[in-house]
Design a binder for this molecule. Sequence first.
Ligand code: NAD
Length: 293
Amino acid sequence: MEQRIKGSTGLLALIGSPVGHSGSPAMYNFSFRYHNLDYAYMAFDIKEDQVPQALDAIRLFKMRGFNVTMPCKNAVAKYVDELSPAARIIGACNTVVNEDGKLIGHMTDGSGFVRNLREHGVEVKDQRIVVLGAGGAATAIQVECALEGAKSISIFNGNDPFLERAKGTAEKLKQEVPECEVKVTCFDDQDALKADIANADILINATSVGMKPNEDGTLITDTSVFRPDLVVADTVYNPLETRMMREAKEAGCEKVIGGEGMLLWQGAVAYKLYTGLDMPTDEYQAYKKEQGL
Ligand code: NAD
């Protein structure tokens, strides 16, 4: 590393809190080294109220860009100079690129998810999609799928504060992407869930249900909704295969896609925005395996 850092080295970073556990520095620094790019990537613990100061520093240090994690995603969107269409609709960003002093905010969670589906041979254009959840990941996916031409998006959420957020997303999409039909239903209406899945091409779990340490959780308790041509995707990546995914496979679903690829691709989409290059994802996966990471 010390041989790579020079007087000319440009800086990128992750900001948010906590960031100590993040895999981003290892992934980006591996990729910069692989492409022989004169950049280095660090992680800085930044609280929400420190975002304006952090952005001043980023401008001052002429950093190439930065990733944003909780709890700073909404605050950063307020202080950057420009937002991508998805980031503007969502009101949050997780990737910011410094284009000659202008900070441009993007949201790559949704585009990473869509890219992961594409890698598995699934396009969202003209598809009918059921999304379980209305939190950060779910909203990013709903907005990106609408922007990418999904025919309809049916959002299901429990009776918690996220249900209101889902209604807000549906309103915004009605204005911004009127050709995509969006509706919101409470999970309590299990008949509606069953009917919408029967009409859907893709079912996505974008809630934290099924995530460690509650691996036994699933929102699809009636597994008769699974059919071979229904694409089933999860955002959860720990465990790599959730109960919902396992049961979908057992029921004969031919395309069952986990959340690990979304994680990888949202980073790769950001990398492309920073460098214009394709992240060496296969090489990084091989390196991780080799190092036991
Ligand atoms: P969030 O807190 O913003 O949203 C949580 C969502 O889960 C809400 O819709 C909430 O209603 C729902 N939920 C939580 N507990 C529930 C329960 N018991 N029953 C029904 N619904 C419940 O969280 P988030 O950041 O959107 O993360 C959601 C999931 O997406 C997590 O599992 C996270 O690991 C995953 N995620 C994956 C990636 C990736 O790259 N693969 C990226 C971001 C998030």
